[in-house]
Design a protein around this ligand. Structure first.
Ligand code: F0G
Length: 358
């Protein structure tokens, strides 16, 4: 049984004797060694940190468990967030587990189906806002100034505290930090959290080195790369369709202190990585998650050399979150067949995959 993030990393978290040690089993996610993409990148070792294996299918659970524990400790009865989907699914689940009311604001028509289904199933009050994520976040920030509702977006420092535990796990698994850490960037809480985690573990003597932080935004939603907010962010990767990241400064610090970079990847590059991850590594993730691998492949193809290096890509959420995109990307790749042995045999023969006539 998993201990959960609060117990496993208690000494690194801002807990008090009154913090309830809740868990839905978050953390301890697999670090899977790549067998195929590693060759394309030309590095020594490439690992995929499968954050989609968290209880609600994304990395958000690490931070949410800490934020919700602190909400309970403070005596709050309701929590609120703006979200492109995953934060709302996570907030809804932890609120249900802890008997809190969850209110989630999501941009209308822009959230992947699986995420909305999760929030609704767990009983959250779902408000679809006629605007984008940045506008929804502004509203919840203002609301929580005026009303006693507990804010669980990553502007809440407890979210970042919880999310930094993913960096601890990477170091615990590898015995040191990797040379490079590739990660998608949306509201920029996660890159901020990973860097905080690596720095703290390094200071504590748990890691000998620090990684270079390589953040990737979608080209149509790349304010940090452009150096200015984007009023109408556009990308197929709806999770990172964000034009004015709340943790902008944290992302810049991670980039600069680690001598890393934050670059943009196109939707085509994201979708290529999305397909490659599923087909060559068996890792079915959501499109935003594929941005980390898309960015790494882009660097490798444009002259960066990763020879002798150890690289980790953070795969932030599961592909089941966005079934519409998955089926659309795989169009035409199933075939209807009669419920009949010969009919199935005939199809397999025509596929030329080793089934022989006779
Ligand atoms: N990947 C996924 C799957 C996400 O859901 C998010 C953010 C990110 C990457 C980017 O992380 O914002 O910390 O830079 N999702 C938020 C949400 C915004 O509301 O679920 P970030």
């Amino acid at each position: 049984m998993g201990q959960g993030v609060l117990r496993r990393y208690a000494e690194y978290l801002p807990l008090t004797p009154r913090t309830p040690m809740i868990t839905l089993g978050e953390g301890e996610t697999p670090l899977v060694k790549s067998r195929h993409l590693v060759k394309e990148v030309g590095c020594d070792e490439l690992y995929l940190k499968l954050e989609g294996c968290n209880p609600t299918g994304s990395f958000k659970d690490r931070g949410m468990v800490v934020a919700v524990a602190k909400a309970l400790e403070a005596g709050s009865t309701s929590i609120i967030c703006a979200s492109t989907g995953n934060t709302s699914a996570s907030a809804a689940a932890y609120a249900a587990y802890c008997g809190l009311v969850a209110i989630v604001l999501v941009p209308k028509g822009e959230v992947a189906k699986g995420k909305l289904a999760q929030a609704m199933a767990c009983g959250a009050r779902v408000l679809t806002v006629n605007g984008n994520f940045d506008e929804a976040l502004k509203i919840v920030r203002d609301l929580t100034q005026r009303h006693p509702i507990y804010l669980v977006n990553s502007v809440n420092p407890y979210r970042v505290e919880g999310q930094k535990t993913a960096a601890f796990e990477v170091v615990d698994d590898l015995g040191d930090a990797p040379d490079y850490l590739c990660i998608p960037v949306g509201n920029a809480g996660n890159i901020t959290a990973y860097w905080k985690g690596f720095v703290e573990y390094h200071r504590a003597g748990k890691a000998k080195s620090l990684p270079r932080m390589m953040g990737f935004q979608a080209a149509g939603a790349a304010p940090i790369v452009l150096g200015a907010p984007v009023a109408k962010p556009q990308t197929v990767a709806s999770a990172i369709r964000i034009g004015n990241p709340a943790s902008w400064e944290g992302a810049l610090r991670a980039r600069d202190e680690s001598t890393g970079l934050i670059a943009a990847v196109s939707d085509e590059e994201i979708l290529e990585a999305y397909r490659l991850l599923a087909r060559t590594e068996g890792v079915f993730c959501e499109p935003a998650s594929a941005a980390s691998v898309a960015g790494l492949l882009k660097l490798a193809r444009t002259g960066w050399t990763f020879q002798g290096k150890r690289v980790v890509c953070v795969i932030t959420g599961t592909g089941l979150k966005d079934p519409d995109l998955a089926t659309q990307q795989a169009r035409g790749e199933f075939q209807e067949v009669a419920a009949d042995l010969r009919a199935v045999e005939d199809v397999l023969l025509s596929l030329n995959i080793g089934v022989r006539a006779g």
